[in-house]
Design a protein around this ligand. Sequence first.
Ligand SMILES: N[C@@H](CCOP(=O)(O)O)C(=O)O
Length: 495
Amino acid sequence: MATLYRSTRDASAHSISSSQAVLQGISPDGGLFVPVDFPKLDLDLSQLPSLSYQGLAYKILQPFFSDFTEDELRSCINSAYGSNFTSEEITPVSYHAGNIYLELFHGPTIAFKDVALQLLPYLLITSAKKNNSNLKNVILTATSGDTGKAAMAGFADVENTQIIVFYPKYGVSPIQEKQMLTQTGKNVYVVGITGNFDNAQTNVKQIFNNSTLTDELLKSGYQFSSANSINIGRLLPQIVYYFYAYGRLLADNKIKLGDNVNFSVPTGNFGDILAGFFAKKLGLPINKLLCASNENNVLTEFFKTGTYNKKRDFKVTNSPSMDILVSSNLERLLFYATNGNAALVAEWMNQLEKEGEYTVDPDTLKFLQTHFYASSASQTDTKNEIKQVFTESNYAIDPHTAVASFVTREYKESTADSCPTVTVSTASPYKFPQTVLAALGVDNATGDLDDVQKLVDLIKLPLPKTVANLFEAKQLHDTVIEPDEMENYVKELLI
Ligand SMILES: N[C@@H](CCOP(=O)(O)O)C(=O)O
């Protein structure tokens, strides 16, 4: 059966194909695309230990991309997942002092975003061909540090495509910024803004929904799409690694078939953890999804009280990729929590935009609390967790993973739940040398390249190519603008 997609905010449920949803990125009404009918998998969980990552990806993604032929989808997957990842497993699982980590940082830019962003360009190009589109794709991306580099690495020099990345000039780590500013490619633009990630994402969404601008661009032969998890083509590939992790736990005799597990996920824009929820909807035995926040803990409060209130100070923390107060993908979860009540979702999103807050009804809150547990880690908790894990097991984790690892520890200590909990490890410690060194007792770290060698000596993990290359790489981008100049920047670049 074909899987069609509709907007989370459209009560009339107008539907489009998966390839059209990938090309459009976001619905014109501001909503996000979700499947009209959630697909069913043709997958017996007992097969998981024997499937390759690529084979598993096909089985999981096929029903979602039902307008792709088998050859098209397999070719996208096989092109995306190869020697560009330093682990043949793509997303290996590792065990350290009784903790389980799902390592998502073995791709070319050492963050979990690579898993979807190595695939998305192939999905997008195939989608364009399927829809006979000869428009030029303009990929607008907002980043708090990781998506931007991963998106540029995926889309650099991709035919018929331009990519524009906006990042908070004073809100990413020095290594993240260097990774972005040294990105090569004739079709790549990276722009610092003097605001935060929320400003970047809100303005990107406004550009998408400015019909005067999109019509004008259409006349010039351009169409916008997104590399953020608001694009369903970015989100769906992230489901695969939850199944893969379960398969590894089975293969390593950590669980028996059918046993429940928990996943603790460092959470910012809510895409990664939502992919875990989609895995659960597809039948993966997940008990709780642990939503781990940093000091921007708007989600922790939301899952506890049912009130989402973004009216608070935006904090720049030592886990900068999670410095987010408006978590876009929560909208998709609300759609499912309300049994697809698009009018209600639209009302809440409208309240969030106009009044800065909304409160869900008791039934919705009950649904959310059944599937999710939420907690947060302060910046001090984050550093202490890095130190504790390294002391216990000689295993270095990055600050975002540390937030989730802290929440895993707290969850195990404060509940009677005995299900194994997998901590989702979203980035390499080499992206954040300043915080990791400080946590491990090295004073005066600045987070710059000098610190990288100190970190190599201390944690003894091979230095990834993307960081090693930074020592020689030239800075190629230096544009910085005010957040409210973003639309003009796009216009001037394209028209
Ligand atoms: N943490 C992200 C923010 C954007 O999230 P996305 O998953 O929607 O791309 C980043 O590092 O940029």
